[in-house]
Design a protein around this ligand. Structure first.
Ligand code: SPV
Ligand code: MN
Length: 643
């Protein structure tokens, strides 16, 4: 034991010694106060590789935090706007979203990953990315930040650190994650914490990464380390978003819990009660706006960890801030965030249009200037890109970064180390053709398969590739699933089965269209009503109608809720249109889902096919009785399951 301690101390001294020459005395002291050799090793190897002029260690003291914030502006990576506390930042034209193609797993020779996952052999990938990182920070500062995913000191927490040369990234993480320098200093952090090494690479005079061709984002699950280079877009550079989520999913599935692409909201019901829901929606499909519904509270908007604690499903937010989409955010539909975005306080805007110190974005509900500065430089109406395509004033994936605590309805349990109990889990698809706006599954398994695993969506602008294609996006998390897809589905099924008290599972679809006219059948605010209906269901306060695809609301309940929640009259005709079971479309969907799993996930649990088959049988039964389009009134009147 003593010998082990000696080796440990010697190793730590070696790493620190290497760093001492390259660090100021105060920064060296801040670092040597941390008794974790892996921290010193990671920093010393990163410094050796990237060769920064200086290393700044952020201790989370008010002075250090203020320094990071100031440097983000002094460096020119962010620039101030007229409203106090507001700044803006630009990413390059080819760096406006998560990059699926350039994000890869490093897979060692002795291991194999699903072939659907983007990957490169580990040694080859490390050689490549380290080649790109070599000397990349010459003339610059490496900033070191210590953070925690999940509340500090809880069964949920995962300590992590990021070394970056971007003050914008170092500033953003301050709004998005819990500080953890103290947790690292007090030791107690297990050695498998997450590390991120990021460099924005060479920057032009507007402080934008100049070499998108050399962009690479590699995930090393052997060492729990992420490398990211020549990119600034938050989803690629802030290692703790989807990059760390990929590492977390592996860990969660090893340990029997769930790391999910989910928001968490507290829905306020009758008599002052509050019921928590977690919801998975693909990017750009209403997740954040669902979490922010006025009158409810927001606990998470992007990443949730779910654990079985004494048989109950409890959840926390991995983050404490929002990196939210700035498109169609307007005072009528999104009053909560609108207030934060327009009053003094800390907000980082990215890839918006800026004119006279004010930020503008698409769909903000007011006139947008005809010229200004955007991610392409000086912009004027009609400006075209190199392919002759017109450049919009702001990018469709423009973003804001804020602390959740800036929101008037931030949930008071945000930092509860035990998390909150979930009453319901929601899977939200973006489906113009098939699924009704809201329905409840017949069981945990039915919900996980028919709403979660079968989640189909039109792709959106949050990726750098084409939008508008239909694709299966299992639980909205497919891009980040780092284990075989079938195993991921099985773990979800088993997680629920081990619970003493299962949350109800719901499917929602905000994007249903009229089959003939193509018009959307719902108002953006209708989700307020669906949330209240789900709250009533969890608390056993309303009945529902059995449809072939799940329990659907009764007209009278929705009519009352529309009146109470939205102050509008809900017509029977609208109800019938929205809640008609579209048999043909649902049957076609089942075929697509089955095909997808057969082609892409060799270890799919048999149960998935059985549950889909049962749904097919139910659909065929009503088809025989009522045809392809079945009004909820028909389903309510008869026991259609009877022959
Ligand atoms: C998403 O695209 O799902 C986001 C933003 O939440 S990103 O950080 O890019 O993942
Ligand atoms: Mn997301």
């Amino acid at each position: 034991m003593l010998q082990f301690c000696n080796i440990w101390v010697r190793k730590m001294q070696q790493y620190l010694e290497a760093l001492r020459m390259r660090m100021s005395r105060p920064d060296y002291l801040k670092l040597s106060a941390i008794p974790v050799p892996r921290v010193h090793r990671f920093i010393s190897e990163s410094v050796e590789l990237c060769n920064p002029d200086r290393v700044f260690v952020c201790t989370d003291s008010p002075e250090d935090i203020a320094y990071v914030r100031r440097q983000a502006v002094v460096s020119g990576e962010e620039r101030p706007l007229a409203t106090p506390g507001h700044t803006y930042h630009f990413d390059g034209p080819r760096d406006q979203g998560r990059d699926r193609e350039l994000t890869k797993y490093l897979v060692p020779k002795w291991d194999s990953l699903d072939k659907a996952l983007n990957q490169v052999e580990r040694e080859e990938g490390l050689t490549e990315i380290k080649g790109l990182l070599r000397n990349i920070m010459r003339g610059r500062t490496m900033i070191v930040r210590f953070l925690s995913l999940g509340p500090v000191g809880s069964v949920f927490s995962i300590p992590c650190m990021e070394c970056t040369d971007s003050w914008y990234v170092a500033h953003s993480v301050d709004l998005l994650y819990r500080q953890a320098y103290e947790a690292f200093r007090r030791s107690g952090v297990p050695d498998d914490f997450f590390c991120v090494l990021h460099s924005a690479g060479r920057l032009d005079e507007r402080m934008i990464s100049m070499e998108p061709d050399k962009k690479r984002i590699y995930i090393d699950y052997v060492e729990n380390t992420v490398y990211s280079v020549n990119t600034q877009y938050g989803g690629n550079s802030i290692g703790f978003k989807k990059l760390a989520l990929r590492l977390t999913i592996r860990r969660a599935h090893r340990e029997g819990w769930l790391a999910e692409h989910m928001m968490i909201t507290g829905v306020h019901g009758p008599g002052g009660r509050k019921t928590y829901f977690a919801g998975a929606f693909p990017s750009g499909c209403g997740k954040t706006s669902t979490a922010m519904i006025p009158g409810n509270t927001i606990l998470a908007d992007d990443i949730a960890y779910l654990r079985n604690i004494d048989g109950v499903c409890r959840a926390v937010n991995a983050e404490v801030g929002i990196f939210g989409i700035l498109k169609d955010v307007n005072p009528v539909d999104d009053p909560v965030i609108w207030e934060v975005l327009t009053k003094p306080g800390e907000v980082i805007f990215s890839n918006v249009l800026v004119k006279d110190g004010k930020p503008y974005w698409l769909g903000m509900g007011c006139e947008i200037p005809k010229e200004g500065e955007n991610y392409t430089g000086y912009w004027w109406e009609g400006k075209k890109d190199e392919n002759g395509e017109e450049i919009p004033p702001a990018n469709k994936n423009a973003r804001y970064t804020v602390s959740l605590k800036a929101l008037g309805n931030c949930d008071p349990e945000l930092d509860n180390p035990m998390g909150v109990e979930l009453g319901g889990i929601i899977y939200g698809c973006r489906d113009a053709r098939g699924y009704v706006p809201v329905q409840q599954s017949f069981s945990w398994e039915h919900g996980i398969i028919a709403y979660g695993a079968a989640l189909e969506t039109e792709t959106t602008f949050t990726l750098v590739e084409d939008e508008g294609k239909y694709e299966i996006n299992i639980m909205s998390i497919q891009d980040f699933v780092s284990i075989p897809l079938g195993e991921y589905v099985r773990n979800n099924l088993e997680f629920g089965r081990r619970l003493r008290k299962q949350p109800l599972v719901f499917g929602v679809n905000y994007f249903l269209r009229d089959l003939k006219t193509g018009e959307f059948l719902n108002d953006r605010r209708d989700k307020q009503v669906w949330m209240k209906w789900m709250e009533l269901r969890v608390n056993r306060d309303v009945d529902a109608i059995k449809s072939p695809t799940g329990w659907i609301p009764k007209y009278e309940d929705l009519r009352r809720l529309f009146r109470d929640v939205r102050g509008v009259e809900y017509s029977k005709a609208d109800y019938v249109k929205q809640f008609t079971t579209r048999v043909r479309e649902n049957l076609a969907k089942i075929n697509r889902v089955e095909r997808f799993f057969k082609e892409n996930a060799k270890d799919t649990p048999q149960e998935l096919f059985e549950i889909l088959e049962e749904q097919r049988v139910r659909l065929t039964k009503v088809q025989k009785k009522f045809g392809n389009y079945v009004s909820p009134e028909n389903l309510e009147k008869e026991d259609w399951m009877e022959e």
